[in-house]
Design a protein around this ligand. Structure first.
Ligand code: PMP
Length: 406
């Protein structure tokens, strides 16, 4: 237990004139403290570590120079000189903020250029940029599902797909991870009693790195008159020559969602689909309508990245190829993406493993419940085009030396 936490309860200097009874914890403080202590006891308390990132996945934390295997900057584009130039030019020309929501005056012409380019890259009629991937999901799902509808969602889908499903007030049926028999069973049982049905899945699962069997899911969707929405935050830029998981599996979902914040090295989210789907989102997605547009610099950076991705399939292939090298060396199953988990089990052991790797010069962050299921705390490795083969070999050697290899 962290003594600093318990002493917060009583040992605080009041701000003059701010709260009259600072020696008495308020009930909200007591509640927060109780929850924090429970998190500490379960080794599940999180803190925010100041971390500096530089090019080539170099990172600095607690004063130590580290090599990061925990970034989602899969192509190293967030520090690429031409992306930095594009962002700098935009901030100098147009300022640091959009100034208003897109439907008011925040819709800079850079949006139109980028959305047109992105739609073409995703082989869709149209695309719409949101403030983040999270905002894209929580805004989009309630537009296409409501209280009379049913949502089928993979149990390991990302938290923001679940959040969108909850916001929609549709009935939610969770299917076992990538289990097509279970999904088929739930569709047969629940589809007919509802107006519309929407299936939600990640393309690449963020904490396991495996892909969804999109062809099978798409077939089930067609058979049962359901729509398919794929969150491809981790597939864009990495799979299918950069076009993503659905493209690499030869499937065209109804709603293709992704982020500008991972392989595109910028910030923001998107949904691509038909003209009508995107126009409805423009009109009804609350997380688009009621929030400020992205800074022009984020759009300029994402656009410049997309140009690089579309011209450089070799860069896109590198993260998976480095993940393969890592898995082969450690005798792990072949990876399906740039993300590879090493399951440790208890949160405490996972934190110890993170600490040991940090001492060996690597930033590999432990992922604990509730982000992952109980007893599956893990080290999550992510590979980037800017890692060198020798970096991966050094990492593998350290994992072996520390007795962390399976
Ligand atoms: N979906 C998945 C699968 C993700 O991993 C993430 C980010 N962790 C998001 C959505 C959210 O994207 P963003 O970071 O752009 O909000």
């Amino acid at each position: 237990q962290n003594p600093a936490l318990s002493c917060h309860l009583v040992d605080r200097a009041p701000h003059a004139g701010y709260r009259p009874h600072m020696n008495q914890p308020s009930s909200i403080d007591t509640m927060a403290q109780e929850k924090l202590i429970a998190l500490q006891k379960a080794d599940l308390h999180r803190r925010l570590y100041p971390t500096e990132r530089r090019s080539g996945m170099a990172a600095k934390r607690d004063g130590a120079a580290l090599l990061s295997f925990s970034d989602n900057d899969y192509l190293g584009l967030s520090t690429h000189p031409s992306i930095i130039r594009a962002a700098t030019k935009a901030v100098e020309a147009y300022g640091a903020s959009a100034g208003a929501s897109r439907l008011v005056s925040g819709n800079h012409p850079l949006y139109d250029a980028f959305e047109t380019r992105l739609a073409a890259f995703k082989s869709c009629e149209a695309a719409l940029v949101f403030g983040s991937g999270y905002l894209a999901n929580i805004g989009t799902i309630p537009v296409f599902a409501g209280p009379q509808d049913v949502i089928f969602i993979d149990e390991l889908a990302h938290a923001c797909l679940f959040a969108g499903a909850q916001l929609s007030r549709a009935r939610v049926q969770c299917f076992a991870h990538n289990d097509m028999a279970h999904l088929g069973h739930l569709l047969a049982r629940h589809r007919h009693a509802h107006r519309h049905a929407l299936i939600l899945t990640d393309g690449v699962f963020s904490m396991d790195g495996d892909q969804a069997p999109l062809k099978n899911i798409h077939n089930l969707a067609k058979t049962h008159d359901a729509w398919l929405m794929v969150d491809d935050a981790h597939g864009l830029g990495v799979l299918g020559n950069g076009h993503g998981t659905a493209f690499s599996q030869g499937v065209q979902p109804d709603l293709m969602m992704g982020t500008l914040s991972k392989a595109l090295g910028s910030y923001g989210g998107y949904v691509a689909g038909s003209h009508a789907v995107v126009d409805l989102l423009r009109n009804r997605a609350r997380s688009l309508v009621y929030t400020t547009g992205l800074p022009p610099s984020a759009l300029a950076a994402a656009h410049a990245s997309l140009e690089i991705i579309s011209m450089d399939p070799e860069r896109c292939a590198r993260p998976l190829s480095l993940a393969r090298r890592f898995c082969q060396t450690l005798g792990l199953p072949a990876p399906q993406s740039a993300v590879v988990p090493l399951i440790i089990g208890s949160p405490q052991k996972a934190m110890d493993a993170q600490e040991k790797l940090q001492q060996a010069g690597f930033l590999v962050v432990a992922i604990r419940p509730p982000t992952v299921p109980e007893n599956t705390a893990r080290l999550r490795f992510s590979f980037s085009a800017t890692h060198q083969e020798k970096d991966v070999d050094r990492l593998c050697q350290s994992i072996k030396n520390l007795g962390l290899a399976p």
